[in-house]
Ligand binder design. Structure first.
Ligand code: ATP
Ligand code: MG
Ligand code: MG
Length: 481
């Protein structure tokens, strides 16, 4: 299968990742965790860029950037440096952003995702370090705002901007890239993706085929989109808008747009700056740094990443690739699976954790900490020993999540213990006696009629019978007739 990409869509992403686990900000000792703090309380003179302050680089942020580079299969620059990128915006105290220019710390990497037609290798052009500006909130919509307020808690947060080549061909591929990237970053323990502003993407989109002919499209950049779902929607909107312009012969301009999620539209913010507009200039407060000598030490400490874990799960535990894939998306989830798999049958562990537990947690929007591995083990053991049915096992998991408690107590309180074998035998006889038509149909060769009779047995047992055993007993009785 080859993906034709009929509109010649090209998508490149710039992803801003906040290194919010680096303890402190990039150039001062203010905390990197301001989530629960009031506006403008986590800051110092440095965060506000007051005259006379000098930056002191947080080494951890450099190590984190290297860790990210290694996880993206990239090269790490031996000597790297910081530049000032000048532009005027009220959230930028300095009038310039500290960033990198022609010697980014990371370059030439890749991430493999599931593309429209099988595996797709998305090239990572570079990843560079920079600091985050403050956060602005606008009264009304951004383009007609009557005023804005600024919170500088975010100002000076260490960021890594990861830039991809324009290798993605659909909004879905872009979303998958972001999901995969986020999963990798969480494994690396460099950021907590659940915090506000932890990951934001700029999506660059062009449409390069019109009326079946290759054309030179126009790159439009949609800035600062904060959720993966919104990126997908913004890209789809933008593809539609660009195709519509081409059809109507309207001029597309290379510009920066904003995605308004409520209205599901992109709006023009400004005509795209060029590198010249930013007047990149070496930052005279920060000397060039040699980082090459840190790389091997960091490489030795790299955790196992999702792809490697997925492969290992399949070979070590003999579980399906689909289960392995689902289990590794979150590191904590993979750990939970392994703790359960150490104690019970591994395939059962995979299906209970990946299918039941994950589904029930997602449905309730609960974190993984809402359930204990040992409780899952107990439930699986009870099902395996036929003390409860599979259906009741799911009920126990649901109750654990909703009301807490212990599995054994829940089984008792809800009367979930499996009914005895002789109960099923009697119920099978009764069900057969009550269903002469189904029995006749079955004898005449209609296999399906059996399900009807087994269903009746299950009804009598109020779902607390092993369905396979019920089926066997019904068959045994039918053979006697
Ligand atoms: N023809 C194209 N269609 C779609 N995307 C493109 C095209 N050409 C380049 N891109 C993407 O545009 C992005 C360019 O990002 P880069 O950071 O290099 O520059 P920028 O957007 O001009 O700068 P800034 O960081 O100020 O936004 C990359 O993700 C790249 O893949
Ligand atoms: Mg950029
Ligand atoms: Mg850009």
């Amino acid at each position: 299968m080859v993906y034709e990409n009929p509109d010649g869509v090209m998508i490149g992403l710039e992803v801003h990742v906040q290194l919010n686990k680096a303890n402190t900000k990039m150039f001062c000792s203010c905390t990197s965790d301001y989530t629960d703090s009031e506006a403008n309380t986590c800051l110092c003179a440095g965060c506000l860029a007051l005259p006379g302050t000098t930056p002191v680089l947080n080494e951890k942020s450099v190590d984190y950037a290297i860790r990210i580079g290694l996880a993206l299969n990239a090269e790490i620059e031996n000597e790297t440096d910081f530049f000032m990128k000048s532009y005027f915006y009220p959230d930028l105290g300095n009038g310039y952003q500290v960033t990198q220019f022609d010697r980014p710390i990371v370059k030439n990497g890749s991430v493999v995702i599931e593309g429209e037609d099988g595996e797709l290798k998305v090239r990572i052009t570079r990843a560079h370090m920079e600091d985050d500006p403050g956060k602005m909130a606008h009264f009304g919509t951004i383009e007609k705002s009557t005023g804005s307020i600024i919170d500088f808690n975010r100002s000076g947060m260490p960021l890594v901007e990861i830039v991809t080549a324009p290798d993605m061909r659909s909004a879905k591929e872009a979303r998958r890239f972001l999901d995969k990237l986020r999963s990798i970053l969480e494994y690396l323990d460099v950021f907590d993706g659940t915090r506000e502003g932890a990951m934001k993407a700029d999506a660059n989109i062009s449409v390069n085929v019109f009326n079946g002919k290759r054309i030179e499209g126009t790159r439009v950049e949609v800035k600062n989109i904060s959720s993966h779902k919104a990126v997908e929607k913004a890209i789809n909107y933008e593809i539609m808008r660009q195709k519509d312009y081409l059809r109507k012969n309207k001029q597309l301009v290379q510009e920066t747009r904003h995605y308004d999620e409520d209205r599901n539209v992109t709006i023009s913010l400004r005509v795209k700056e060029t590198a010249d507009d930013y007047r990149y200039f070496p930052d005279f407060d920060l000397v060039p740094m040699i980082v090459g000598d840190r790389v091997e030490g960091i490489r030795a400490q790299m955790p196992e990443l999702p792809d490697a874990k997925r492969e290992r799960f399949v070979s070590q535990y003999g579980i399906s690739d689909a289960h392995a894939k689902s289990l590794v998306t979150e590191r904590a989830f993979a750990d939970l699976f392994e703790s359960v798999a150490a104690k019970v049958d591994q395939k059962s562990a995979a299906s209970w954790v990946a299918d039941v537990v994950k589904g029930e947690l997602n449905y309730r929007d609960l974190p993984i900490t809402a359930i204990k591995g040992d409780d899952i083990v107990t439930v699986i053991e009870m099902v395996t020993k036929k003390e409860i049915s599979e259906e009741s096992g799911v009920t126990v998991i649901r109750t654990l999540l909703d009301d807490g408690g212990k599995p054994a107590d829940i089984v008792k309180a809800k009367g979930l213990a499996m009914v005895a074998d002789d109960f099923i035998a009697t119920a099978a006889k009764e069900a057969i006696a009550e269903s002469p038509d189904a029995v006749a149909d079955y004898k005449a060769g209609t296999e399906k009629a059996l399900n009807f009779i087994v269903g009746k047995v299950m009804q009598k047992a109020k779902g607390k019978a092993d369905a396979r055993l019920a089926r066997e007993m019904v068959l045994k009785e039918l053979e006697k007739m």
